[in-house]
Design a protein around this ligand. Structure first.
Ligand SMILES: [Zn+2]
Length: 410
């Protein structure tokens, strides 16, 4: 997740479920065997997460994290590819029974932060911390590897685990796709989690847009006339498409909103980032800017409008997958209570949408706050703390979702 934080609006909703599953023998039904493995491995998983937390790595520098992930996947019998789109790691487990390929994506990178780390397993790397929870996402990915490797003999299909670098720079997903992340095993569906300031035991999602995408628009002034005046007019045009004020970027917004943030560029240009809730918002903003800039008449000045559409892809969930996945989660004790997210925080974005543009997918927010302990998992906030109970909740939820898709045939 890039920049900002989730809104308190998200915090409404039901109390947490968080009950503990029952351990059963290895001869039980598939779902119960997955649960047994997760419960048995929880302490190891927490240790794995704490190791990642102590050694956070910025975007593009995830060597140590990737090595730890690859080593564990190999130990568990996964076919592993490394160096996929940078330090990306892909693990593939083919079940002994026929079925589709279903993918889970976890991002691995950390964030610059000089604020003190309030946990006992604090970051050992000055200025770098896991305050976006990607250490939790990566650990859930390893938890899924633990669980599915234990049931390979009766697994109806293939589990593809994608560990992505450079999400905070919003380049990792595309780099992995450009490097053939799926290989010959294109998934029928892809899922992801992102930590959020919901209470631990809760997950949140919606059928449709969950996080805004971003375009970059650059307007260049050329000619011998008053270019400053032309650029000032162009800036006003861009400002005019905004429906959310920058001061409200951390609030929940609804509808096809547009947030405009100016920045960068040289004196001959105006550069702005547009955060867009929907495709309708993208189309409206682009058409308005093109029409109104074309209508500007400054003597001896020409204005050229350049677009970088989907600079960040955002997250738009497949409605059918969300309905099926939320039902699958609801059927598993301890997999969390799913709440519906009814607004989008303009300041947030994510590059998971790059995968969703290729394969139907759904992202769930994973609650990591703990009111009783007074900790809040507000991504990128200096005091960010993720409750470790979320690891098993997220793993149970995603194991249920993946198993449901495998059984459904994709
Ligand atoms: Zn993030």
């Amino acid at each position: 997740m890039r920049r900002g934080s989730l809104v308190p609006v998200l915090l409404m909703a039901a109390a947490c479920a968080g009950e503990t599953g029952t351990t059963v023998g290895q001869d039980g039904p598939l779902a119960q065997r997955l649960e047994a493995r997760l419960v048995a491995k929880e302490a190891e998983l927490i240790s794995f997460r704490r190791d990642l937390h102590r050694h956070p790595e910025l975007s593009g520098q995830e060597q140590r994290t990737a090595a730890a992930v690859a080593a564990r996947l190999r130990d568990l019998g996964f076919a592993v590819r490394t160096g996929v789109g940078g330090h990306g790691v892909v693990g593939l487990l083919r079940g002994d029974r026929p079925g589709p390929v279903v993918a889970f994506r976890a991002d691995m990178d950390a964030v610059s932060s000089i604020a003190p780390d309030p946990v006992s397993f604090a970051s050992l790397t000055p200025g770098v911390r896991h305050i976006c929870g990607h250490d939790v996402h990566t650990t859930v990915g390893i938890a899924l590897a633990e669980a599915f490797s234990a049931v390979r003999d009766s697994l109806p299909g293939t589990v593809l685990l994608i560990f992505q670098p450079a999400e905070e720079r919003a380049t990792g997903a595309r780099a992995m796709l450009a490097s053939g992340v799926f290989g010959t095993d294109r998934p029928a569906a892809i899922f992801a989690l992102h930590t959020a300031p919901l209470e631990v035991g809760q997950l949140g999602t919606t059928a449709g847009p969950l996080m805004a995408s971003r375009d970059v628009v650059r307007i260049v002034a050329m000619g011998t006339g008053d270019r400053s005046a032309a650029l000032a007019a162009a800036r006003q045009v861009i400002e005019g498409v905004a429906t959310v004020d920058v001061s409200r970027q951390f609030d929940g917004a609804t509808g096809d909103f547009v947030l405009v943030q100016f920045g960068g560029g040289d004196p001959s240009t105006v550069v702005a980032t547009l955060s867009l809730a929907t495709e309708a918002a993208r189309t409206r903003a682009r058409e308005t800017i093109a029409r109104e800039v074309a209508a500007l008449t400054i003597p001896s000045v020409a204005l050229a409008v350049e677009y970088q559409a989907r600079f960040i892809d955002g997250v738009t969930n497949d409605s059918g997958l969300v309905i099926a996945a939320s039902a699958a989660i609801a059927a598993v004790p301890g997999a969390g209570t799913v709440v519906t997210i009814r607004s989008i925080t303009p300041a947030f974005s994510e590059d998971f949408g790059a995968f969703q543009a290729v394969v139907p997918g759904a992202m769930y927010f994973l609650g990591v706050s703990n009111a009783a302990r007074g900790t809040v998992g507000y991504p990128h906030a200096p005091a960010y703390v993720a409750d470790e109970g979320s690891i098993l909740v997220g793993a149970r939820a995603m194991a249920a979702v993946i198993l449901d898709r495998l059984r459904a045939g994709g």
